[in-house]
Design a protein around this ligand. Structure first.
Ligand SMILES: [Zn+2]
Ligand SMILES: [Zn+2]
Length: 371
């Protein structure tokens, strides 16, 4: 974790400080995120995060908001052709899908958009309420998944969770919530759970330690094949994990037995906003990731363009090609042998019918993959 291939702001280490410090460009907080559910990344972690987070976003209701999620199999006639029509032999490729009406609805919704990978929420992501699935729900999900071509499944955990919190009560609550998430996802047989590093609030090094220790505690209690993928962040406020070095430091603190079950999710919008210039130094960024974290740890790519500029530290997802990143880097991602085996999931705006945008995005990416 020293080499410096990528054109990137001064490396920040575990205890360092933010690389670029370009303050918010005054982007409008609000929209983005998948399925109309995925609330704004840092959402209203009200209590603990609001204080340290600049612009709190409007609270977005989770699965049920203004947009009505269509029943699986009811694809609008205007949705455009399915991505499945475009030959694609690459790693699982898909998007975040809604679980409205029950978790068993997620796989067929993946089929509706032409996905071979799906991400979902196993609960309302912006609420603390927890519950485990009963046997029928688990079986329903598995039965719904089997006949599909969806080959990779992952959950995204709650935005309220802050395993790095210095507040014992909030951290305990976060640990309990995170543990339930791992249990639900393990029961469903998901390949992975994606989790954001928390907000350190007081000092960075302590926050990293608290975060890692909480992960270790839960992963030691919940066994099973479901991996944990820690997602690189945009670096807003006091959030941990916006530099490769800091993510590496977080992982390094985990006990060896846990480390083997923990990897990393690279979100293109987040790393770009964090200051990694995918547009002008794509190879350098990937090489630096390989140097500092290691490609063997890369378990998932979140493919999102960014409304926010390079180094802005703002998490604002945009349709592929319509943001500050543009088509180029996504073309590279879809053809880069280093990334060929990595599942790829979109978290781009859904639009009103929840299907058309994802179909268009997945068709575009499949076309990119053809070179
Ligand atoms: Zn995320
Ligand atoms: Zn993401």
């Amino acid at each position: 974790m020293k080499k410096k291939t990528a054109k990137r702001p001064a490396a920040k280490t575990a205890a360092g400080k933010k690389p670029t410090t370009k303050k918010s460009a005054g982007k409008k907080p609000a929209d983005e995120k998948p399925a109309g559910k995925k609330p704004a990344t840092k959402k209203s972690a009200t209590t603990q995060r609001a204080a340290a987070t600049p612009a709190p976003r409007a609270v977005r209701p989770t699965s049920s908001r203004a947009v009505t999620v269509p029943k699986p199999g009811t694809v609008p006639a205007t949705a455009g052709p399915s991505p499945y029509d475009i030959p694609y032999a690459g790693a699982p490729l898909g998007a975040h899908v809604s679980t409205a009406g029950g978790v068993r609805n997620a796989p067929p919704r993946g089929v509706d958009i032409g996905a071979t990978a799906i991400q979902l929420f196993t609960k309302q992501a912006n609420q603390w309420a927890e519950r485990l699935f009963d046997a029928a729900e688990v079986q329903g999900f598995r039965d719904a998944l089997t006949p599909t071509g969806v080959a990779f499944t992952n959950a995204h955990d709650s935005y309220l969770i802050n395993l790095a919190s210095p507040n014992p009560e909030l951290r305990a609550r976060s640990i309990a919530s995170f543990e339930c998430e791992m249990q639900r996802s393990t029961a469903l047989g998901l390949d992975a759970v994606v989790s954001h590093p928390g907000n350190f609030m007081d000092d960075r090094a302590s926050g990293i330690a608290r975060n890692a220790d909480a992960i270790a505690e839960v992963m030691e209690r919940v066994s099973g094949p479901t991996r944990l993928l820690m997602e690189l962040t945009a670096g807003q406020g006091t959030v941990i994990g916006s530099t490769f070095e800091e993510m590496a430091a977080l992982l390094a603190r985990l006990p060896a037995a846990v480390q083997s079950r923990v990897g990393v999710c690279l979100d293109t919008a987040h790393v770009f906003a964090a200051g990694y210039d995918l547009v002008h130094d794509f190879d350098g960024v990937i090489a630096r990731f390989a140097d500092v974290i290691g490609l063997a740890r890369l378990g998932l790519l979140h493919l999102n363009d960014s409304k926010a500029p390079l180094g802005s530290h703002k998490d604002r997802h945009e349709l592929i090609g319509a943001g500050a990143i543009g088509d180029g880097p996504f073309r590279r991602i879809m053809t880069d042998p280093r990334l060929a085996g990595i599942p790829k999931v979109l978290e781009t705006p859904k639009g009103d019918d929840m299907v058309s945008n994802d179909r268009a995005m997945l068709r575009k990416l499949r076309t990119f993959a053809q070179g």
